[in-house]
Ligand binder design. Structure first.
Ligand SMILES: [Zn+2]
Length: 166
């Protein structure tokens, strides 16, 4: 048994992911993240990030209600990035709007992510591959098949399966 306590802030991210899925009546994969964005009035733009900023997959421009994603990323990574940035938008728009220095939030590969980044990743994982949907398929499909079905990367699906079923 794993008795590791999940920090409440990560539970919160999971909770909000499930709330959104329920709100949008999403009952089968893949989760249509574009529909959610449109409904929130958020724009999505693909762009080429400068080479000087390494490993950035996306960013959120709160003021212009726009999520930018790296056009060179794989589609599955793009979807994850959008979900990640969506967390920043949903949860932090108030604080962000009040503090110019946080008006743009970058997503960057970093082993030492702070808790907000971990929340955003947790939110994205549970939004794109929620357990209640995985439950319907996990017995009959392999991890790579599930990844295709849920439109997430194989790595992320492995992570989700380990997280929920092992
Ligand atoms: Zn982030």
């Amino acid at each position: 048994m794993n008795h590791t306590k999940i920090p409440d802030s990560l539970k919160l991210a999971k909770f909000f992911a499930l709330e959104i899925l329920e709100q949008y009546n999403i009952t089968k994969p893949p989760v249509d993240i574009t529909k959610i964005l449109n409904d929130l009035g958020l724009n999505l733009e693909e762009m080429e990030f400068p080479e000087s900023v390494d490993n950035i997959s996306g960013m959120l421009d709160i003021e212009n209600k726009t999520i930018f994603i790296n056009k060179n990323d794989a589609d599955t990574r793009k979807a994850f990035t959008v979900a990640h940035e969506l967390w920043h938008y949903v949860m932090h728009q108030q604080e962000l709007a009040q503090n110019d220095s946080y008006a743009i939030v970058y997503r960057k590969e970093n082993k030492n992510r702070d808790i907000i980044e971990r929340q955003a990743d947790q939110f994205a994982a549970h939004l794109l591959a929620p357990k209640f949907l995985l439950d319907n398929f996990v017995a009959d499909f392999s991890a790579p098949q599930l990844a295709k079905l849920f439109w997430v990367s194989p790595q992320m699906m492995e992570f989700r399966l380990t997280n929920e079923y092992q």
